[in-house]
Each structure stands twice: as structure tokens, then as C-alpha cells.
Ligand binder design. Structure first.
Ligand code: CU
Length: 278
């Protein structure tokens, strides 16, 4: 009796798998047949001279091991807090993605400030978004306000052509709408850090609350909590960050071995410890 039930079950499973496979291949065929809509002409334009524009923020990405610098032309750079929901026409944001300098194990080497460094041998890519009156209509359901997107190589050739820039729009629809579909511009406004945190402040805790590091290393602590916190040495008269609002970061460099015990003066039950070893 038992083996029969088993084979019956097998048969059902096989059938299910088969129809799932057919469905998947049909879906793939549809996806290939119709890309989401996008502009067919480049109205963004290569951002000549972007290196001379001010850098809005620098953001380290450990997953893809890149330094990402966002340059903003004057109209975009001069946008103040509270006006970010509507960038002025003529705004251009350039995100330059640059591979980090790596050690033999492929890990990004931090500089004195605890930041990634650009590998001088690497070639960056330029992700550009530009806002002008009436831009973005061709993205249809994926329209992100009046922005259009293109990605270039430094020699002016395309990394992502206008026809393929729907991919940019699709992702940026998920960005902060109150920041006009840009993602990280809050970093500039909140004077945040784009450093990779070693400790974060969240839910009224330091996470992790004990960290062991080698002498000479930097430790970056970022407040990812809505309320302000402080990083204050338990030792009276010691280091005190002062009030750190959401997004703010502090980078500490330890040159002596020992224990650094700290707390938040606003919420004294928030405690943390950094152990520095040889
Ligand atoms: Cu606190």
C-alpha cells in the first residue's frame, strides 16, 4: 500500500514542477519581449567638468567595494533642507562609482579617517540624473517626477543607454519621495557620514555593545535612531561627542591598548565598550 501512495505523490509533484517550468519560461519570454518604457534620446548629456562641482556626499559601499561620490551642479547643490522635495529645473546629480583600494584579501583599506580610498588604477562609472521641465514622461508607470537617467564611462561612452534607463527609474521610484526620488541626499542635509559603521545606535542601544579592535584602527559609530544620542567617555572629562542627531557619525581612532567604556548622557542605560588589543 505504502509504495503506491509514494509513487502517486511523486507523479503529482513531477506534474507541478513541469507546469511551473512552463510558466517560468513563458514569463521569461514576456519579459524579453517587452522592456518597460524609457526615453529613446539622451537628454541628460555627458556632465563635462563635473569633477569641479562640489561633492554633496561620499558614501562607502562595502558590498560592492566602491567609493561613491555624488557631485551636484550649483542648482542641485544649493537646495536647502525642506526644499528637497522639489529640486529646481536644471539640477544634475552625478554619482561617480569607484572601486576601493583593496588589501591582498580583497578588503577595502581604510584611510586615517576610517574611509574607503579610491583605487588609482580603477576606472569610475558616472551615473547621471537630470531634471528639466517635462522630463521623464517616457518612463510611463515608472516615472520619477521630471528626472531622466543615463550612465556613462569617463570617455563619454554609455554604460546604460537612455533606452535601458528604465532600470534606473524603476529603482528610484522606491527612493524617498519627499526627497524628489533621490536616495541619500539626506546625508548631506543631516551632515551624516557615508562611512561604514562599526557600531550603530538604534532602539536606545549601542549595537554591538562590545567591540574588540586592533591598536591603530578606526571605529565609526553612527546614530541610526530617531532621537539624538551621545557617545561619552565614562571617565569624567573624557571624550564627549555632544548631541548626535539621526544620521550623524563619529569616528574614533585608538592608538593605545585598553578598554574604552562609554555611555549616552541623555539615556544613561545606553552603555558600550571598545576593547583595544595589540
Ligand atoms: Cu541616548
Amino acid at each position: 500500500m505504502k509504495p503506491a501512495t509514494k509513487s502517486l505523490l511523486w507523479g503529482t509533484l513531477m506534474k507541478l514542477n513541469l507546469s511551473a517550468a512552463i510558466a517560468a519560461s513563458l514569463l521569461a519570454a514576456i519579459a524579453i519581449a517587452q522592456n518597460p518604457p524609457a526615453p529613446t534620446v539622451d537628454r541628460v548629456g555627458f556632465p563635462t567638468g563635473y569633477q569641479d562641482w562640489p561633492a554633496l556626499y561620499v558614501f562607502d559601499r562595502p558590498d560592492v567595494r566602491q567609493v561613491r561620490t555624488i557631485f551636484a551642479n550649483p542648482p542641485a547643490f544649493n537646495v536647502k533642507d525642506g526644499e528637497q522635495s522639489n529640486y529646481p529645473y536644471g539640477s544634475i546629480l552625478v554619482m561617480q562609482t569607484w572601486n576601493c583600494l583593496r588589501d591582498a584579501a580583497g578588503v577595502c583599506i581604510l584611510d586615517e579617517q576610517g574611509r574607503f580610498q579610491k583605487d588609482p588604477a580603477a576606472t569610475p562609472t558616472l551615473f547621471v540624473m537630470r531634471k528639466e521641465r517635462g522630463f521623464g514622461v517616457e518612463y510611463g508607470p515608472n516615472r520619477t517626477g521630471e528626472w531622466e537617467y543615463v550612465a556613462y564611462r569617463p570617455d563619454g561612452s554609455y554604460q546604460t543607454r537612455p533606452e535601458n534607463s528604465f532600470s534606473c527609474a524603476v529603482c528610484h521610484t522606491e527612493a524617498q519621495r519627499n526627497h524628489d526620488y533621490t536616495y541619500r541626499t539626506g546625508l548631506a542635509i543631516h551632515q551624516g557620514s557615508g562611512a561604514v559603521p562599526n557600531i550603530v545606535m538604534t532602539s536606545y542601544r549601542f549595537l554591538p555593545n562590545t567591540l574588540t579592535v586592533k591598536k591603530g584602527t578606526t571605529v565609526t559609530i553612527v546614530n541610526e535612531d530617531a532621537p539624538a544620542h551621545t557617545v561619552t567617555d565614562d571617565f569624567p572629562g573624557g571624550m564627549d561627542s555632544g548631541r548626535m542627531k539621526f544620521g550623524r557619525a563619529i569616528t574614533l581612532r585608538f592608538t593605545e591598548t585598553g578598554e574604552f567604556n562609554f555611555h549616552c548622557t541623555i539615556h544613561p542605560s545606553m552603555r558600550g565598550k571598545i576593547v583595544v588589543v595589540d
